[in-house]
Write a protein that binds this ligand. Structure first.
Ligand code: SAM
Ligand code: SF4
Ligand code: SF4
Length: 364
């Protein structure tokens, strides 16, 4: 039976279901909202803290040398544990999963994890961020397991510049080969992440844009961020988003376009001549904390609600201590509800002094 209600804008007839939705308390399992009204939507899963590169802005080789103690295997979440947590996150509103690290492709049998995650009802997208060194060998199995898309990190097309930035002299050609194989396997659209550091790879921005246009890739230019404690970040080394846009637009005119979905962190620009688009991730010069709907699960099972946090909630202790799904769900939802993170918006001399987790530990 329809109910007649008077509301702003006039008198409406509502069916029973609509009436109940308006008048009942929200279900207790409604997706949690944090203190700033942000809903949980994405989960980044770091599958390892190890990496075959030593990028200067992430794991500088002087700090992460031969003697550095990475996590022992027993401390890293198993695939079963990750899949169990992912299922609970999906129950709390997560729709997108991204595998990252460290370098996710150094984790053995990664396609088995992808296959488990792909079986979770409600997952709309599974993506991977990788340096592509091992992509040729693994792309077919990953695709078959249910991976949808990859983002490949590449900071220059110039071997000398890229070699310095990746810290191990890894050649550009092998990353380009990884990108090509991802495209052949249908892991599209391939996005390419380029971190820009002043005085190091600024001159690579335009050649990278040309390459991306010619190969149907979406280039995403990322401002060098002050993540972690070891990358020697200085504000002077950041090339602001506006300059990055100008560098490309002088050659290929660009126009802004709206975000593809609410909470997208990259601002999008389209080539006026139809040559595709560029994304700019301006976490320093134009922070986007207001739209931050991401949770991060570290390789050892801590839940982080901000890239710049000092510590996370130890979900591994709960998992291995015999917690039920309901208890895990309550711990995750509780943390999300109390979250008020907006580090990038507050960035200042004061916040610079705070202890922060390293990016390779929780995934970018
Ligand atoms: N190893 C994989 C890779 O490099 O693609 C995945 C992990 S990596 C931590 C994820 C992303 O974070 C990469 O695109 C990397 O360039 C970016 N990143 C790492 N340190 C950064 C920093 N200090 N500022 C901005 N982006 C950074
Ligand atoms: Fe490794 Fe990625 Fe960090 Fe580079 S950015 S050191 S590839 S985890
Ligand atoms: Fe999200 Fe923290 Fe980054 Fe702000 S600084 S966008 S809250 S991860």
């Amino acid at each position: 039976m329809a109910r007649i209600v008077q509301a702003r804008g006039g008198v409406h007839a509502l069916d029973e279901a609509h009436w109940r939705a308006m008048t009942e308390e929200p279900a207790t399992n409604a997706p949690p909202q944090d203190r700033l009204g942000r809903r949980l939507h994405d989960l980044r899963i770091s599958v390892t803290d190890r990496c075959n590169f030593r990028c200067t802005y992430c794991m500088p080789r002087e700090v992460y040398g031969r003697d550095y103690a990475f996590l022992p295997r027993a401390e890293i979440l198993t695939f079963e544990e990750i899949a169990r947590l992912a299922r609970i996150f999906v129950g709390l509103g997560v729709r997108k999963l991204r595998l990252t690290g460290g370098e996710p492709l150094v984790r053995r049998d990664l396609p088995d994890l992808v296959a488990e995650l792909a079986r979770i009802d409600g997952v709309e997208d599974i993506a991977l961020t990788t340096n592509a060194a091992l992509l040729r060998a693994q792309a077919p199995a990953l695709r078959q397991a249910g991976l949808r898309r990859v983002t490949v990190s590449l900071d220059s097309l110039d071997d000398a510049v890229f070699g310095v930035m990746n810290g191990v002299n890894f050649p550009v050609s092998r990353v380009l080969d990884g990108i090509a194989v991802a495209q052949e396997q249908g892991l599209r659209p391939v996005k390419v992440n380029m971190v820009v550091k002043r005085g190091v790879n600024e001159s690579s921005v335009l050649p990278m844009a040309v390459y991306a246009r010619e190969h149907g890739l979406t280039l995403r230019l990322i401002e060098f961020m002050d993540v972690g404690q070891t990358n020697g970040w200085r504000l002077e080394d950041v090339v602001p988003a506006a300059d990055l846009v100008q560098t490309i637009a002088r050659e290929f005119p660009l126009e802004p376009i709206p975000p593809a979905y609410p909470g997208e962190v990259a601002s999008r620009w389209r080539y006026v001549d139809g040559g595709g688009e560029v994304g700019i991730i301006a976490s320093v010069s134009q922070p986007f904390c207001g739209a931050c709907t991401r949770a991060r699960l570290s390789a050892k099972g801590e839940l982080f609600t901000c890239l710049f946090a000092a510590s996370g909630v130890d979900l591994r202790a709960l998992l291995r201590g015999g917690a039920t799904d309901e208890e895990l769900e309550a711990a995750i939802a509780g943390r999300w509800r109390e979250r008020g993170d907006r580090y990038s918006e507050l960035r200042s001399a004061e916040t610079r002094g705070l202890r922060r987790v390293e990016m390779f530990a929780i995934g970018g």
